[in-house]
Design a protein around this ligand. Structure first.
Ligand SMILES: NC(=O)c1ccc[n+]([C@@H]2O[C@H](COP(=O)([O-])OP(=O)(O)OC[C@H]3O[C@@H](n4cnc5c(N)ncnc54)[C@H](O)[C@@H]3O)[C@@H](O)[C@H]2O)c1
Length: 372
């Protein structure tokens, strides 16, 4: 499979042939690099080799020949692995861990050559681990944070950024501490908040939990993530995560206090509006689908009768109008004779689509226009 990125004539080594390591290896092979693979788990190594992600390295010493070695092991092992490789004479060592400050500190404390070390973190991934879920296109058009130390050589950064380009990603340079503080807000605290929100359901019967709407499902989508990996990430980024969690929950605690304090309705109204307006403002800052700039999207709500083929009929009517659907959700409460399809389209198509659907006998109304 081609990554459609630049050709890259390099010898690359990947230590850790799990989800991220094998994805990088596959992308590097597709870009023209020769890839050596190493993993402590022989089954994972063999699986990655069978996926044509590279050839197995006979041992860690063999990696010294590589122009660049990528450490893609669990976060708590990154520092030790990077130090071992640097001390064994490996030319340039990078890693891909979701935390940067701790591994960089481990390398600094060891006295290993920092000129050949440069951390990195591709902002792409999955909730599943292992080489079976690897994908050479995982990093395409995504940001990849590159964290040089103050003594990392310019040539080292250039090789790491060549890898980023070969994977089809966009390098974003940042200090390790800045990265960790930012990711605590963008990723680490959100993971914990999603887990806490889903955990609040425990104790409900399945029958009652089944009444949850799409709001609960959407806000807890990442709650199935891997606890092993996340325990390591959170433990390695203690203070920034604590600050981000406090920032996220402070308005909620304030609101709970107000609700319990018998405050006037106008005060509650104002507090809720402020929180929700701030929420909208924060969400508008987020990139849209696949990391692209946010686009405005308009909703159209349509009543869909509970009969076989109704949704297909609706989609055919939309297709006949030549309208491109950005998204589609169907709300269907148990026992109801109909559901509501929530269509997301370009704002310019919203009114025309509502009119066309009504003309075909559908009950349709225009909804909000939001950033997607
Ligand atoms: N999963 C994601 O979405 C994601 C996204 C961005 C970055 N990361 C980072 O990528 C790294 C790898 O995560 P993953 O999801 O690919 O995990 P994974 O469990 O799929 O793969 C990790 C691999 O490392 C191997 N390994 C462990 N210790 C080793 C050692 N000392 N030497 C050689 N191999 C060793 C394991 O056998 C395993 O195959 C982590 O540091 C993680 O923070 C993950």
């Amino acid at each position: 499979m081609s990554t459609e990125g630049p050709r890259w004539d390099a010898q690359v080594a990947v230590v850790g042939t799990g989800l991220v390591g094998t994805s990088i290896a596959l992308a590097a092979v597709a870009a023209g690099a020769r890839v050596l693979l190493y993993d402590v788990d022989p089954d994972r190594l063999a699986f990655a080799v069978d996926r044509a992600a590279g050839v197995p390295a006979p041992g860690l010493a063999a990696l010294a020949a590589a122009d660049l070695t990528v450490v893609a092991v669990p976060p708590e092992r990154v520092g030790a692995a990077a130090v071992e490789l640097l001390n064994a004479g490996t030319s340039v060592v990078t890693h891909v861990a979701s935390v940067q400050h701790r591994p960089q500190g481990d390398v600094e404390a060891s006295g290993a050559d920092l000129a050949r070390f440069c951390g990195g973190h591709p902002i792409a991934g999955r909730e599943r681990s292992g080489p079976a879920h690897a994908d050479p296109g995982l990093f395409r058009d995504r940001a990849w944070v590159v964290c040089p130390t103050t003594t990392t050589a310019a040539g080292t950064v250039a090789v790491v950024e060549a890898l980023v380009a070969a994977c089809g990603a966009r390098p974003v340079r940042m200090g390790a501490a800045e990265h960790d503080a930012l990711l605590a807000r963008l990723s680490h605290a959100p993971q914990l908040v999603a887990s806490a929100l889903s955990a609040s359901l425990v104790g409900l019967t399945g029958e009652l939990a089944a009444l949850a709407g799409s709001g609960m499902r959407d806000t807890t989508r990442i709650a199935d993530s891997e606890p092993d990996l996340w325990a390591q990430i959170i433990e390695s980024n203690r203070e920034p995560v604590a600050a981000a969690l406090q920032g996220a929950i402070a308005p909620l605690i304030g609101l709970a206090d107000l609700l319990r304090a018998d405050a006037p309705a106008a005060d509650v109204d104002l507090a809720v509006r402020r929180l929700m307006e701030a929420g909208r403002a924060g969400r508008a800052l987020l990139p849209g689908k696949h990391g692209r700039a946010p686009v405005q999207a308009a909703e159209v709500h349509v009543v869909v009768p509970d009969r076989p083929g109704a949704l297909a009929d609706l989609l055919r009517t939309i297709a006949d109008r030549g309208v491109n659907l950005e998204d589609l959700r169907v709300e269907h409460a148990p026992g109801q004779p109909s559901g509501v399809a929530e269509l997301v389209v370009a704002p310019a198509s919203q009114q025309a689509l509502v009119s066309a659907l009504r003309a075909h006998g559908w009950s349709a109304v225009a909804g909000d226009v939001t950033a997607l």
